[in-house]
Design a protein. Sequence first.
Length: 136
Amino acid sequence: MQEAYHHLIAYSLSHPSPQFIHQHCVDAYAAQTADEDTKPISLVFALAGLYLYCEKNYNGKQVQFAHMQMAKNKSSLPAFVLPRNRGKITANDVVRAAAGSERDGEIKNWCHSVWQSYVENHAQILALLKERNIIT
């Protein structure tokens, strides 16, 4: 899956859309591959990014700005439950889609799939984003 992810990184960084879909790829992959050794900030940012994209329809630039705002607050970060299954769609599935609108749609599906797999953590992410004044 890491090779597929690297392919997606190259694809998303060179994507002509001003939506900056690269951020969504980074967040989906980080949340999907997180383990007990993952730094808490990596998982918090990934889940926050997925929430903002999937639930609030933020584009990648807006998610990136939210991450910068979150980084200003150095308070402790909560621990999250790592679900056993992290979504039905993986980077491997996304790269099999044809480049362009089909692949872009699969990136969105991938993000939603990963975000839904973390359902036990949704309320905690929402609370954190409100606490950090990212959303109201």
